[in-house]
Design a protein around this ligand. Structure first.
Ligand SMILES: Cc1cc2nc3c(=O)[nH]c(=O)nc-3n(C[C@H](O)[C@H](O)[C@H](O)COP(=O)(O)OP(=O)(O)OC[C@H]3O[C@@H](n4cnc5c(N)ncnc54)[C@H](O)[C@@H]3O)c2cc1C
Length: 398
């Protein structure tokens, strides 16, 4: 018998194919703003179908899926670059929503969380600084100093994703420079992006493309940005603890989205192999190299999905902390699968693969970063290896 979840996943997949795929050529050829109004019109249809904000609990106005069920939905939304945005479960907003649900005060929820869940505003997360290694964010220069009832924030951030068009940023800054432990020095503070002193220097060009609106990564300076102390999230010095909270489920979200991209690339790769003639009547698909890429890709995607779903169930039953090693494992493994899939799919398409006539080049440009953001591969591999080596009596320090 087909379960309710299977029906939901199939229905959403059909919606993504029929309603969102046709918008992609406009996004690819004319940019985000050419497609934004249509996306917001589709958002209304998603609400009408009862699919809005699938991971958010029902009492907040979402669909209320648990992590494993949302993971399945996230995969089919990942088939299109517009999927998550249209369903209001796009990064970084989804992480900010989860964080605010957990730690925001009633006033913060009213002012920032609820408009975010309703899709009236977007938000961003501003932690990484160009002057410091983002892979070890314990070291940062941004400060938030108390002055009267306010914090005054000064700092320089980059790769604040999707900042253009946002209403607020959650900013990580040092509030307790003398705390004995490094990870107790920083806090997370809500900063409305229209606060004087908040200045976007640029949208950073990534592989030749600065993007627009949701599809951007900003470099920002915070110059004497004054916000009320009531904008602090949680308690002072809890910034890293809060950052950890968002990362467990967040990595499952990313991994399933990447698997959706892999499935789309796989489909395009097979279609091209099955239709491109190398000579009259001789298909590209007849070449053994191509067949091996197809077989390897199928195996890798399936393996990745099993791994991620296993971790989603582990987090759901035992919490993110207990599953942290597995979370590191899927983060680098699935990013690697995505990397290989994109490369094979582009290669099979030849010159067409590097044009914007298919979604492949856009995905290739944007998702090369999957092996870097949310912790570079090497950091996660070391974390997994350290854990395994402990069982062999080896304690490797970080
Ligand atoms: C597309 C994109 C979106 C992003 N979005 C956001 C965002 O919204 N908000 C935000 O705050 N930040 C964001 N980031 C920043 C991201 O978190 C950092 O880029 C990431 O943490 C890596 O930091 P770094 O770039 O400074 O690299 P570094 O820390 O300088 O590391 C460089 C390289 O060194 C190697 N390396 C690092 N540590 C180790 C180690 N322990 N062992 C072995 N090798 C190691 C890795 O190969 C790594 O890629 C984003 C980045 C990208 C690319």
């Amino acid at each position: 018998m087909t379960s309710n979840l299977e029906i939901l996943v199939q229905d959403i997949k059909t919606f993504v194919r029929e309603e969102l795929y046709p918008l992609e050529p406009i996004l690819l050829q004319q940019g985000y703003y050419a497609v934004e109004a249509a996306v917001y019109e589709k958002r209304e249809r998603v609400k009408a179908r009862g699919w809005w904000a699938p991971s958010i609990p029902r009492h907040y106005g979402g669909l209320g899926l648990n992590l494993p069920d949302f993971a399945r939905v996230s995969e089919v939304l990942g088939l299109s670059f517009l999927g998550h945005l249209t369903f209001n479960c796009q990064a970084p907003d989804i992480g900010n929503m989860e964080l605010l649900m957990e730690v925001a005060s009633d006033e913060q929820k009213e002012r920032y969380l609820m408009p975010l869940i309703r899709g009236e505003i977007r938000s961003c997360f501003s932690m990484t600084e160009p002057e410091h290694a983002g892979s070890n964010p314990l070291y940062m220069s941004a400060t938030a100093v108390k002055d009267g009832d306010d914090y005054v924030i000064n700092g320089h951030k980059w790769f604040t994703s999707s900042q253009e068009g946002t209403a607020f940023a959650i900013v990580m800054a040092i509030t307790n420079p003398d705390a004995p432990k490094l990870h107790q020095r920083a806090s997370q503070i809500i900063v409305p992006t229209d606060t004087p002193g908040f200045r976007r220097l640029r949208n950073i060009k990534i592989m030749g493309e600065a993007g627009e609106g949701y599809f951007t990564d900003a470099e920002i300076v915070y110059e004497n940005v004054r916000v009320p102390q009531a904008n602090l999230l949680g308690r002072e010095g809890e910034g890293f603890a809060l950052a950890q909270m968002r990362l467990g489920p967040g990595r499952v979200h990313h991994c399933m989205r990447w698997i959706g991209i892999c499935e789309r690339a796989f489909d395009l790769m097979c279609q091209r192999a099955a239709s491109r003639e190398l000579s009259p009547g001789k298909l590209l698909a007849e070449k053994q190299t191509i067949q091996h890429w197809i077989a390897e890709s199928r195996a890798e995607i399936n393996a990745a999905r099993f791994l991620v779903m296993d971790v989603a169930h582990k987090i759901e039953s035992g919490g993110a902390h207990a599953a942290r090693v597995d979370i590191s494992l899927i983060k680098f493994y699935v990013a690697g699968v995505l990397d290989r899939l994109m490369d094979r799919a582009v290669q099979v398409h030849g010159a067409l693969g590097i044009t914007d006539d298919t979604m492949l080049a856009f995905a290739y440009r944007r998702e090369r970063a999957a092996r870097i953001y949310d912790g570079p591969d090497e950091v996660h591999k070391s974390a997994v290896a350290r854990h395994i080596l402990k069982e062999y009596g080896v304690n490797v320090s970080i």
